[in-house]
Design a protein around this ligand. Structure first.
Ligand SMILES: *Cc1c(COP(=O)(O)O)cnc(C)c1O
Length: 231
């Protein structure tokens, strides 16, 4: 069994190599270490190696775990956000990767107004059009972009995607390219700056970086297999 420290070292090497391949450096790519299902002690092992950016996908779990850990860490939310959890999520997370509908964005804007906050968000895009997945279709995103940009409390910083599950990491490449190209078009058409591309997980983060990812969300390669959730 390898340690979290060794795993992180390996992942950081891979990130550096993939960044170099795309003519960038490690500084252009941020590693979000996804801690869902893993206890605070596991997170501390990562902190000892200098990791300060972490991600969670469930508000309830994050509300229990984050207060157990040092307060200088940065947390990103990457899961589907239920409307009734917005108020709890906003103060815990410096970025929400997964704004997946106009209705959610509008609710977040309203809650942020009430709480005096300015959330930094990414819009989640379902590029493959999978029925089971959350997210804007590329068409819907373009149609609703005007309304999204008009929400005064939200800072929309980029796009996020989760490609379909596949055996081969290479299968994800075309979806990453599609997300980047969609981002480029939306930037031009709406004259906005969408610098952040959140794409790539354990299986395919190297390929995501080659295609322009600025945020990779890696769990299993760092912390090992996830514990099963208790029901
Ligand atoms: C769990 C999760 C990850 C991390 O997945 P791994 O395959 O374990 O790296 C990344 N993104 C999201 C949205 C997740 O829910």
């Amino acid at each position: 069994m390898t340690s979290v420290a060794e795993n992180l070292e390996r992942v950081r090497e891979q990130i550096a190599r993939a960044a170099a391949k795309s003519g960038r450096t490690t500084d252009d790519v941020e590693l979000v270490a996804i801690t869902k299902t893993h206890p605070a002690d596991k997170v501390r092992e990562a902190i000892e190696t200098g990791q300060t950016l972490f991600g969670e996908s469930r508000v309830q779990e994050a509300r229990a775990k984050i207060p157990e850990l040092p307060s200088n860490l940065r947390w990103h939310f990457v899961g589907h956000l239920q409307k009734n959890k917005i108020r709890h999520a906003l103060p815990l997370f410096e970025m929400i990767h997964s704004v997946d509908s106009l209705a959610l964005a509008q609710d977040m804007n309203r809650v942020a107004e009430e709480e005096g906050m300015h959330p930094r968000v990414l819009l989640q895009v379902n590029v493959a059009g999978e029925g089971s997945k959350f997210g804007f279709s590329p068409d819907k995103l373009r149609h609703q972009m005007e309304e999204l940009l008009a929400l005064p409390r939200l800072s929309i910083l980029g796009l996020m995607t989760i490609p379909p599950l596949a055996e081969e990491a290479e299968a994800s490449r075309k979806y990453f390219v599609q997300l980047r190209e969609l981002r480029d078009r939306v930037q031009t058409d709406f004259r906005v700056d969408l610098a952040q591309l959140s794409m790539g997980m354990t299986q395919d983060y190297a390929i995501a970086i080659e295609e322009g990812a600025t945020l990779v969300r890696v769990g299993t390669a760092i912390f090992g297999e996830r514990m099963r959730r208790k029901h």
